[in-house]
Design a protein around this ligand. Structure first.
Ligand SMILES: Nc1ncnc2c1ncn2[C@@H]1O[C@H](COP(=O)(O)OP(=O)(O)O)[C@@H](O)[C@H]1O
Ligand SMILES: [Mg+2]
Length: 375
């Protein structure tokens, strides 16, 4: 049959070709319909078996979780924790399951955690980047994993049955909710203090930073007192920059000091990542800032300012004691560091600027500048 006449040719078709064309053009549509019919048929069949299927998936889910935990435990050298109901946490060589994977097992420094009725609140100090947050979180994760039925990243772990783990970590701004960072921090604290029991574990990472040093410290101090008191009594890890809180050890029942070690080599800082008993009285902030790559001139200027502030800091060091002892016991003494700025000020006051030549003035300025740097 002739189908079409073109400029210089003719196109023909046969009956068979026409049928073939129809079959090809309808094939996709047929396939889709067939597939859907089969699917509906299968769905109808399965519907009758729904409860059985759901039981199977439940079992598979549980198996999947248990298998993953078993695999991780075997691969990463975890141990089976024991549980107690005595409020005792005894972790030896605990590790952070995620950090150790990301930095490499051999680079991660394991640490112990011991908390019980006598050691309820750990005040943890140490420089920025020392590993305070990591340490606290690894402890919470080990507790959580033990409660899940998992092995834990440690060489030994005896974990107290815990009703809740509370955390106050990081600055999670809720700007859209109309709350400032500090407000978020305080309302989280309020929740923790309201619900924590002596069977709870609390992690407080740097409480009281979103405000001035004094009221921040005051709040942090009062919070430790509250948590350590019998009406709360929760086991607590409290990381802080307020060295003053170390004063609480010995005067407040249940409070113990720990610090994560670092050492200085010249102007640089080396992190040892080991937690040891005792408080830290420095924060090494400038050394860490240097490490982060702040300009050298800025760093040396910061050291100058720091040296001057240290006079105040000496006074701040006694704040802790002044809260504990009587308010008037604290008589400010003029420290060594006060004398140097005074001498410099006197020297400047005595200059006879009017009679100096410009070059003398410049030399003097240079000399004073050198002296000031050393203060
Ligand atoms: N125990 C550890 N062993 C090895 N590296 C660690 C350890 N703890 C922390 N780190 C490393 O140090 C970094 C800073 O730790 P972090 O806990 O955030 O310090 P901090 O809270 O004291 O400022 C982590 O990101 C991690 O890479
Ligand atoms: Mg931290």
């Amino acid at each position: 049959m002739r189908k079409q006449t073109l400029a210089n040719c003719e196109r023909f078709i046969t009956e068979e070709l026409k049928n073939l064309e129809n079959r090809i053009l309808g094939a996709e549509e047929n396939a889709v319909r067939l597939e859907y019919d089969l699917f509906v048929e299968l769905r109808e069949k399965l519907k009758g078996q729904l409860p059985r299927l759901q039981r199977t998936t439940q079992a598979l889910k549980a198996l999947d979780v248990l298998l993953s935990m078993a695999e991780v435990a075997a691969e990463r050298d975890y141990v089976r924790p024991s549980l107690n109901a005595d409020g005792r946490y005894d972790i030896e060589n605990g590790r952070h399951p995620v950090v150790e994977e990301s930095i490499g097992r051999e680079k991660f420094v394991p640490n112990d955690t011991h908390l019980d009725g006598e050691h309820r609140v750990m005040i943890i100090t140490g420089p920025n980047m020392a590993g305070k947050s990591t340490y606290m979180r690894q402890t919470a994760l080990i507790v959580l994993m033990a409660h899940m039925g998992s092995f834990v990243p440690a060489s030994k772990a005896d974990i107290s049955l815990t009703d809740r783990v509370f955390t106050r970590i990081g600055a999670s701004d809720d700007l859209f909710g109309g709350q400032s960072t500090f407000m978020v921090e305080m309302s989280e604290m309020a929740t923790i203090l309201k619900y924590a029991t002596q069977n709870s574990l609390i992690l407080l990472d740097e409480v009281g930073r979103g405000t001035s040093t004094f009221d921040g410290l005051a709040i942090a101090w009062a919070a430790v007192e509250h948590i350590a008191s019998p009406k709360c009594g929760a086991r607590t890890l409290f990381a802080t920059h307020y060295h003053e809180l170390s004063e609480l050890e010995g005067s407040l029942n249940g409070v113990v000091n720990y610090r994560i070690t670092a050492k200085e080599q010249g102007d640089d800082i080396v992190f040892l990542r080991k937690i040891v008993p005792g408080g830290e009285d420095r924060s090494y902030g400038i050394a860490v800032a240097k490490l982060a790559g702040l300009p050298a001139a800025l760093i040396s200027r910061a050291r100058q300012i720091m040296a001057r502030l240290e006079v105040d800091d000496q006074e701040r060091g006694s704040i802790g004691k002044s809260i504990l002892v009587s308010p008037k016991a604290k008589d400010r003494q003029m420290g060594l560091l006060d004398e140097a700025p005074m001498a410099l000020a006197n020297e400047i006051a005595e200059l006879d600027v009017v009679s100096m030549t410009p070059i003398e003035a410049l030399n003097k300025l240079f000399e004073l500048n050198e002296k000031a740097k050393r203060i």
